[in-house]
Design a protein around this ligand. Structure first.
Ligand SMILES: Cc1cc2nc3c(=O)[nH]c(=O)nc-3n(C[C@H](O)[C@H](O)[C@H](O)COP(=O)(O)O)c2cc1C
Ligand SMILES: C=C(O[C@@H]1CC(C(=O)O)=C[C@@H](OP(=O)(O)O)[C@H]1O)C(=O)O
Length: 390
């Protein structure tokens, strides 16, 4: 499968086209909306989230509740568009308007794409950069990930993202019996954290950052279970599934680090405390005593839960402004802002889940066929049986 997204933060809508979704997969707008709403919920978001009511419209590739195998188009409207029509419209403007510097954004925000994008694409109005670099785009990435999750669920694979850390507050509860339990517990926490005591401390840390005109980042974790052994491949660098997942996660706005399993911690421990010993039973086939390496060896899944972590930096737009330089006047300034999130880590857990789901769904199709659901299920069942009896 492949997908492209289009759309600006304050444009009329966001669009995604997904190509290669197998036919006969039951798929509804409601299934996608559920994830869009999860992304909008988390504690710490700014005023924009009160304006938007993200709902998807499927305009191609699904008929009578099932995919046809044709490209699927997903559209999410920007409710904020009505306030931006004049600024963001596609119609040409007059030469005079074009020359009016006051119409333009000339003050690059530290931590954003503004300055790099302006120099690269030679824009003197940095709105041409910021509209597309905005994390508003993650809305349709979550819609795409929702389709991947529907596909994974039909193949018996479940996935859930949650928050491990916000600032220096850590979740102490990391154990859960099932993905169902993880989903229920994190859904009940406004910061999407399994540890309800830590949740309250995290909310306080977010409030404190906000009161001080500051922002706060954190760490999210995505867990996926019931994956067969051998997704991905060891034979070529660009077929290693852990590498593909890292790229997907790193591409999320504000993500600065990715770990598989214990990740960086592995570098500090001795080998005997890192590698997962191999066990065997009649019932399960081969499995591991521990899962420190997050379900991956040699770029392939090893049948244990896939565990991916992502580190999100604090939101760059601060009410306590940072210093920058105007691109026209070269004057130093401290920008003031109108609105921003103070923490988007809970929302980012849902985005990260979508990014991982996409890579896993793709890897499943690569291994088990991609035309129609029935053939994929048959091939997967056959392989699971062979792997169990290996
Ligand atoms: C869900 C989500 C919401 C975000 N909201 C904001 C925001 O309100 N204000 C802001 O300055 N940055 C926000 N960001 C982060 C910026 O989009 C991001 O830092 C910026 O595009 C630069 O990209 P980089 O940090 O990946 O280099 C958000 C990120 C995510 C994932
Ligand atoms: C709109 C979303 O996030 C936006 C991401 C974002 C940024 O700079 O990345 C800035 C804010 O937008 P605005 O400038 O319109 O207030 C966030 O609200 C969203 O997540 O749906």
């Amino acid at each position: 499968m492949r997908f492209l997204t289009a759309g600006e933060s304050h444009g009329p809508e966001l669009t995604a086209i997904i190509e290669g979704v197998p036919s006969q997969l039951p798929l509804t707008e409601e299934q996608i909306n559920e994830h869009l709403q999860r992304r909008q919920k988390g504690y710490g978001r700014g005023r924009r989230m009160q304006i938007e009511k993200d709902r998807v419209r499927i305009t191609s590739g699904v008929r009578h509740g099932k995919t046809t195998g044709a490209p699927i188009t997903l559209i999410v409207e920007n409710k904020d568009w009505k306030h931006w029509e004049k600024i963001m419209g596609a119609a040409p403007i007059t030469e005079e308007e074009e020359q009016d510097v006051k119409r333009k954004i000339t003050r690059p925000r530290p931590g954003h794409a503004d300055l790099n994008g302006a120099i690269k694409y030679r824009h003197r109005d940095m709105r041409n950069v910021l509209e597309r670099s905005s994390a508003r785009e993650t809305t349709v990435r979550v819609a795409v990930g929702a389709v991947a999750q529907v596909l994974l669920k039909s193949l018996d694979v479940e996935i859930c993202g949650h928050v491990l850390e916000i600032g220096n507050i850590r979740s102490e509860a990391s154990a859960f019996e099932s993905i169902k339990e993880l989903k229920e517990k994190t859904e009940a926490s406004e910061v999407r954290c399994l540890d309800l005591e830590a949740s309250e401390k995290m909310k306080k840390a977010i409030d404190e950052a906000k009161e001080n005109g500051d922002s706060i980042g954190g760490v999210v974790e995505v867990v996926a279970v019931n994956l067969p052994i051998g997704l991905g491949s060891h034979v070529q660098y660009d077929r290693k599934l852990d590498g593909k997942i890292a790229q997907g996660v790193m591409s999320i706005n504000a993500f600065k680090g990715v770990e598989i399993g214990i990740g960086f911690e592995a570098a500090r421990l001795l080998g005997s405390k890192v590698h997962d010993e191999i066990l065997h039973s009649e019932e399960r086939g081969f499995y591991r005593r521990t899962n420190r390496l997050g379900g991956f060896e040699g770029g392939m899944t090893n049948g244990m839960p896939v565990v991916v972590r992502g580190a999100m930096k604090p939101i760059p737009t601060l009410y306590k402004p940072l210093q920058s330089v105007d691109i026209e006047t070269k004057e130093v300034f401290s920008a003031s802002i109108e609105r921003s999130d103070s923490c988007a880590v809970p929302a980012a857990a849902v985005v990260c889940e979508a990014a991982v789901a996409w890579e896993l769904a793709n890897a499943m199709l690569e291994k088990f066929g991609s035309d129609t659901l029935e053939d994929i299920l048959e091939s997967l069942e056959n392989y699971r049986e062979k792997a169990r009896n290996f």
